[in-house]
Ligand binder design. Structure first.
Ligand SMILES: NC(=O)C1=CN([C@@H]2O[C@H](COP(=O)(O)OP(=O)(O)OC[C@H]3O[C@@H](n4cnc5c(N)ncnc54)[C@H](O)[C@@H]3O)[C@@H](O)[C@H]2O)C=CC1
Ligand SMILES: CC(C)c1ccc(C(=O)O)c(O)c1O
Length: 246
């Protein structure tokens, strides 16, 4: 049976790169995003035949959207084996200027979405006896961040903790739950957040002197998604060019 993956926030950036590498690895892929139109455009580019890609609207702020996406994926492909909780909003407001409302908004979107995604998809996978969940954290969640805001960094640190909790909860159901913590990756978001004149300074601070590669993150997800990856769970995989070492 074809293995089935679902990626949130997959219309662009890292989510799209991850969905693409899963597709190349043979998965049927549900490409979900806030915007159905952009999810459809991405799915069409990836799989013009439409045989192995399904575009869905999934606003990660809505539990009902998670449930509807699960139902639609099962109806279309007959199973769901791999989920990547990737969608997030990036905010860069300086810490002393963040209002309580903005703090709540970022935590609610970035962290609650991973919590709900692990609950909804994890429950299905555990009942089926198999699953792989990968949560997108960030270097900012480990070192407090530089290019990003305190609320963003805190939201990503909480994802590392939630990953451990769901890993323990779902292990008996054959489900692994891991996180990936990237540093700055070559992506539209980094290009937008770091103006050309500041890029040299950013690169000078990275020990390997380069941005990370989104396709590599996709390949890492493919590895974590393999049945043979059963022995890594609750882990956070650092991909940061040496910016943070444990
Ligand atoms: N780009 C980078 O260097 C890094 C990115 N990350 C993380 O990787 C993930 C992806 O980042 P990028 O691709 O750079 O971001 P991006 O901003 O380029 O893409 C995010 C995608 O999520 C979608 N999205 C936004 N709100 C949504 C919602 N409510 N429901 C569903 N989808 C929604 C957007 O439409 C977009 O397609 C995020 O979790 C981010 O925090 C972590 C570290 C570094
Ligand atoms: C602003 C963006 C896309 C960015 C840059 C750097 C980091 C990090 O070093 O952790 C991020 O998490 C980002 O989202």
């Amino acid at each position: 049976m074809t293995q089935v993956a679902l990626v949130t926030g997959a219309a662009q950036g890292l989510g799209l790169a991850i969905a693409s590498r899963l597709f190349v690895a043979g998965y049927a892929v549900a490409i979900t995003d806030l915007s159905l139109e952009r999810a459809e455009a991405a799915a069409d580019r990836l799989d013009p035949s439409g045989e192995r890609c399904l575009a869905l609207k999934l606003d990660v702020a809505s539990k009902a959207d998670f449930e509807a996406a699960l139902t639609a994926t099962l109806e279309r492909f007959g199973g769901l084996h791999v989920v990547v909780n990737n969608a997030a909003m990036t905010m860069t407001t300086p810490v002393m200027q963040i209002s309580p409302e903005e703090f709540d908004r970022v935590l609610s979107l970035n962290t609650r979405s991973v919590f709900v995604g692990c609950q909804v998809f994890g429950a299905h996978m555990a009942a089926a006896g198999y699953g792989r969940i990968v949560n997108m954290a960030s270097l900012a969640g480990q070192n407090g961040g530089t290019a990003t805001g305190a609320h963003y960094a805190a939201s990503k640190g909480a994802i590392v903790t939630l990953t451990k909790i769901f890993a323990k909860e779902l292990a008996a159901g054959g489900v692994t739950v891991n996180a990936i913590a990237p540093g700055p990756i070559e992506s539209p978001a980094v290009r937008a957040a770091v103006p050309a004149e500041r890029m040299e300074g950013l690169l000078a601070n990275i020990p390997v002197k380069r941005l990370g590669d989104a396709d590599f993150l996709g390949d890492l997800v493919v590895q974590l998604a393999r049945p043979e990856a059963y022995f890594t769970t609750g882990a956070t995989w650092d991909v940061n060019g040496g910016l943070f070492m444990r």
